[in-house]
Ligand binder design. Structure first.
Ligand code: ADP
Ligand code: MG
Length: 358
């Protein structure tokens, strides 16, 4: 008993010394970009087989023949990315797969294999897990993806879901963030701000308000649909120069695309696709619909730039083959930054979306 107490004291002292050494009283402030740059600076450039390392939606590597391999990973953390009190396990399973498939879509690729790593607290129930796996399986199956491995560990608190997806594409049809050109038009693959509105509605515990008036918004948050077919079709047209998916909000993601391509963008506020439901919800929640569209994250729609000639052809082709609308929201220009043009002013909105460490 005494020995245990002595060991306990030693352990506490060791932990305190460790914390004093590595976790400062006034912690250094990081942004997500700073952290990623810090990692990038410390690791040597990858070898010849790597076409793209850190910095795009997927890493891209050479495969045999004309093929390129794509690989991406994303993590969802309890109380950061999801709230178990309103996120049904089946939809969370679908979302854990979808957010990764979306990164493959962003390169114009075809997803093929997945790995699933689970960190689970002891309190998790078998029924919850069964429903989670059902949703995860459904989403993978819908895109022809097989689960081939993963890892399972105990978490002291809260569920952590980490998914890796591997895919492929023809080397010359992979679309990067860094290839936007001056005078390209800027497009998005669907309405913006719906997931952000859905999240706010869930937080205020009004998900099925007024006979499901806001159901499509809540669903956009709980169960996003990755635009894999759109990504493949866009890359096959040869007209799309740069592409990524929208996870952190247009203001931040377009700023990433512009920075990577060394260009600027001007967005026309009146062109932003904001659905009537999102406008209704913004009114109800007393927030700005523009803020939802620009700063709200997790839309998982594709953001892409394409040459301005033949743009009518592009919209017609997408409508014909996928029965889907795409929306032109602005233009690429020389310089730096993302600018929003409204009726009376033009303001810089670069990087005003979601940042995990802000
Ligand atoms: P996305 O939102 O498309 O998932 P992120 O914003 O998470 O992309 O990451 C941007 C880039 O930084 C990606 O290329 C990603 O692989 C890389 N990255 C992010 N975190 C790390 C990390 N801890 N180590 C190495 N690379 C990272
Ligand atoms: Mg992405």
């Amino acid at each position: 008993m005494e020995l245990k107490g002595w060991r306990g004291c030693c352990r506490l002292a060791a932990v305190t010394i460790f914390k004093l050494k590595y976790f400062a009283m006034t912690p250094e402030k990081f942004s997500e970009i700073n952290l990623i740059n810090r990692i990038r600076d410390r690791f040597p450039l990858p070898g010849q087989d790597v076409i793209k390392g850190i910095g795009d939606d997927c890493a891209v590597f050479l495969m045999s023949g004309s093929k390129a391999g794509l690989i991406t990973t994303d993590t969802l953390v309890d109380s950061v990315h999801f709230d178990l009190s309103w996120h049904p396990p089946e939809k969370l399973g679908r979302k854990a797969a979808a957010v990764n498939l979306s990164d493959i879509a962003a390169m114009g690729g075809i997803p093929s294999f997945a790995l699933l790593s689970l960190a689970l607290p002891e309190s998790v129930e078998g029924k919850w897990l069964d429903e989670f796996f059902k949703g995860f399986h459904e989403m993978l199956q819908a895109h022809g993806v097989s689960l081939v491995g993963g890892d399972t560990v105990k978490s002291p608190e809260g569920i952590i879901l980490s998914v890796t997806v591997v895919g492929e594409a023809e080397q010359n049809s992979v679309i990067y963030r860094s290839s936007a050109r001056e005078d390209d038009l800027v497009w998005v693959g669907g309405p913006l701000g719906e997931a952000a509105a859905g999240l706010l509605l869930c937080r205020r515990k009004i998900p099925e308000d007024n006979n499901g008036r806001f159901q499509q918004l809540v669903n956009a948050h709980l169960d996003p649909e990755p635009q894999v077919n759109l990504g493949r079709l866009l890359s096959s047209t040869g007209q799309v120069h740069a592409m990524m998916d929208l996870s952190d909000g247009l203001a931040t993601d377009l700023a990433h695309l512009c920075q990577a391509s060394n260009v600027a963008a001007e967005i026309d506020a009146s062109q932003l696709p904001i659905s009537d439901a999102a406008r209704d919800a913004a009114d109800f929640l007393q927030v700005s619909p523009l803020d939802l569209a620009l700063r709200g994250g997790e839309d998982y729609k594709l953001l892409f730039t394409a040459s301005s000639d033949k743009s009518e052809l592009l919209t017609r082709q997408i409508m014909k083959e996928l029965n889907q609308e795409i929306y032109c929201i602005g233009k690429i220009s020389p310089g730096q930054g993302v600018f929003l043009r409204t009726a009376d002013q033009t303001i810089d909105i670069s990087f005003q979306g979601y940042d995990h460490f802000a």
